[in-house]
Design a protein around this ligand. Structure first.
Ligand code: KIV
Length: 263
């Protein structure tokens, strides 16, 4: 996809939206050359690339660096950028500055977690011409308050709150909503209630699209294997094997071969 209105069209035409979280130019180019629809520069970059224990460590500068890299690798595809920890909680002015920086770095849209307490920010960004993707359910930026990465919306009152929040996001003009780690029945219900697409991660098969982190679907980290991730290749084993073969070839003087030597 090259434009945000294509998200709405995709939902209307029952084309399942495929979003992939990635953070660098090389992977962005590969995604743009694939059948995936759009790239999310998620604040998960803080964990996956920078090795921090949670997304709380992502900053606007960090996000801008990765958005710019992704945009250089994939000049045309829709790029959604996460507004990082607290950037939407310091008031409309600060949130607008953060969103502006992400857009000027190359994002097509921004994503923000939750809605209660920052409805004004969502309305102001949308009113300023910045497409906003919502994110409900498990909110990784609130991991310390939640006490861990747990399924959200199991109890009826919490499920009802999530339904109301999805309605609010649509009312405020969000163009899509990520539903993370919620029961499949709830995600399906929210999807049916809304006219904007939902994009699930750990939310079952009833959403309008799915998002996975690229390194998860490539199986790059055996320590992180939640049930909702499908590993399409065992990337960690493939990389280790290539490195071991390289080391072996060097030590047995097999590499470089004459054809690999510059004249
Ligand atoms: O940061 C991220 O990668 C995300 C996805 C998991 C939805 O927000």
């Amino acid at each position: 996809m090259k434009t945000i209105p294509e998200f709405t069209r995709a939902q209307r035409e029952h084309h399942a939206i495929v979003l992939v979280a990635a953070y660098d130019a090389l992977m962005a180019r590969l995604i743009a050359e694939s059948a995936a629809d759009a790239i999310l520069v998620g604040d998960s970059v803080a964990m996956v690339v920078h090795g921090f224990p949670s997304t709380v460590h992502a900053t606007v500068d960090m996000m801008c660096t990765h958005v710019a890299a992704v945009r250089r690798g994939a000049p045309e595809i829709v790029v959604v950028a996460d507004l990082p920890f607290l950037s939407v909680r310091r008031g409309v002015h600060a949130a607008t500055d953060a969103a502006g920086a992400l857009m000027q770095a190359g994002a097509t849209a921004v994503k923000l977690e939750g809605v209660a307490g920052h409805e004004d920010v969502v309305a102001h960004l949308v009113g300023s011409g910045i497409p906003v993707m919502g994110h409900l359910g498990l909110l990784p930026q609130s991991v310390h308050q939640l006490g861990g990465y747990r399924v959200q919306g199991k109890a009826a009152p919490e499920a009802a709150r999530l339904e109301r929040e999805a309605e609010k996001l649509e009312e405020l003009g969000a163009f899509a909503i990520v539903l993370e780690c919620v029961p499949a029945a709830l995600a399906t219900a929210i999807t049916r209630q809304r006219t904007i697409p939902t994009i699930g991660i750990g939310a079952g098969a009833g959403t309008a699209g799915q998002v996975l982190v690229l390194s998860d679907l490539l199986g790059m980290d055996a320590r992180f294997q939640p049930r909702f991730v499908r590993r399409y290749i065992q990337g960690d084993a493939l990389v280790r094997d290539a490195l071991n073969r390289f080391a072996n070839d060097v030590r047995t003087a097999d590499f470089p071969a004459p054809a690999e030597v510059l004249a």
